[in-house]
Ligand binder design. Structure first.
Ligand code: PHE
Length: 344
């Protein structure tokens, strides 16, 4: 019996040596160690052994069993490891492959500049006010001291919807709307951004639709020097601390006195170049002290309060800031143009 057991061990180990798949391994386990396997078959004969032989043979049988089990276990472990390795190999990621480039959008330069302007004034304590683009003649002209048939209405050729309704030609009507909404209270400190419309033929410097930002301050003892200081602060934040301004007398029906404001040329810093037509200055906005009649129509007593207003074109500021030569670039959506502002 002992010989049969030893022979079984030799046979089993030989066969296990050749095993090529987990399936074969399992078959061998059943063949040798299973309930109906070869080892069990031999042990059935144990009954015929003497009491002295039995433990000896039992010991041999156990040794054979554990020898076979050990080999099976280590083979199984080897198969498992090989499978894991194969799977890892199949799932390998080539991290050196270049990634796909995703096209990313960018804020439109006009929105960017408008936001910058707004940020400067928000930093100075202003709030933002808005009004309709389709506006009543009353707010766009009348309440701004431009009565019907006033010759100054010719300054702005307008798109009329009806006799009394038009596309607003400037953001100044929001001044009037803000004053009326404030019901005589002070102070007022607002900026009013928005689109405006004029019957201009589109060219490098004109567009039938463009963007303005209006400013209005009303309070006690507001003086022209406050206006000038505010604008200097704005210009230096927008164009750099070296920027200076100058005020030239001008005319607007809704301000008195009125001024046109120039900034030192952003290109040549004032020494004279083509951009500033060798004057060293670039015009950027119109402004003035709110006209007493406008204050009155807005519900304020010009003896009690005073105020200043200014209005600027966002396109113009953007043209100057970025050295762009044609306003139409802002509207034609050429990605080669717009993409340049993505990383600014
Ligand atoms: N509304 C004027 C324009 O469109 C600009 C302006 C605003 C001037 C406020 C003075 C005060 O040209």
């Amino acid at each position: 019996m002992k010989e049969r057991l030893e022979q079984l061990r030799t046979e089993a180990l030989q066969e296990l040596e050749q095993v090529g798949s987990p399936q074969q391994l399992n078959d061998l386990r059943v063949k040798y160690l299973g309930k109906k396997g070869a080892l069990t078959e031999i042990l059935r004969g144990m009954g015929g052994l003497s009491a002295e032989e039995r433990p000896v043979i039992g010991q041999v049988a156990n040794d054979v069993r554990s020898a076979i089990e050990t080999v099976i276990d280590s083979k199984q472990e080897a198969f498992r490891e090989a499978e894991t390795n194969n799977r890892l190999l199949a799932e390998t990621l080539d991290v050196t492959l270049p990634g796909k480039k995703l096209a990313s959008g960018a804020i439109h330069p006009l929105n960017k500049v408008a936001q910058e302007i707004e940020d400067v004034f928000i930093g100075l304590g202003y709030t933002i006010a808005e009004g309709p683009e389709v506006e009543e003649d009353y707010y766009n002209f009348e309440a701004l001291n431009l009565p019907k048939n006033h010759p100054a209405r010719d300054m702005q050729d307008s798109f009329y919807v009806t006799d009394d309704i038009l596309m607003r030609t400037h953001t100044s009507p929001v001044q009037v709307r803000t004053m009326k909404a404030m019901n005589g209270q002070t102070p007022i400190k607002v900026i009013c951004p928005g689109k405006v419309y004029r019957r201009d033929d589109d060219d490098a410097t004109h567009s039938f639709q463009f963007n303005q930002i209006e400013g209005l301050v009303i309070g006690k003892n507001i003086r022209m020097s406050d206006l000038k200081g505010t604008l200097l602060q704005f210009v230096q934040q927008m164009f750099g601390s070296q920027a200076q301004i100058r005020l030239r007398p001008s005319f607007f029906p809704f301000t008195e006195p009125s001024a046109e404001v120039d900034v030192t040329c952003v290109q040549c810093a004032g020494s004279g170049c083509r951009m500033c037509k060798h004057t060293g200055w670039l015009e950027i906005l119109g402004c003035g002290m709110v006209h007493p009649r406008v204050l009155e129509m807005g519900g304020y007593d010009p003896e009690e309060v005073s105020g200043f207003a200014f209005g600027m074109g966002v396109e113009r500021i953007a043209l100057l800031k970025y050295g762009i030569d044609d306003i139409r670039h802002f509207y034609t959506n050429d990605l080669r143009f717009l993409g340049q502002f993505a990383r600014m």
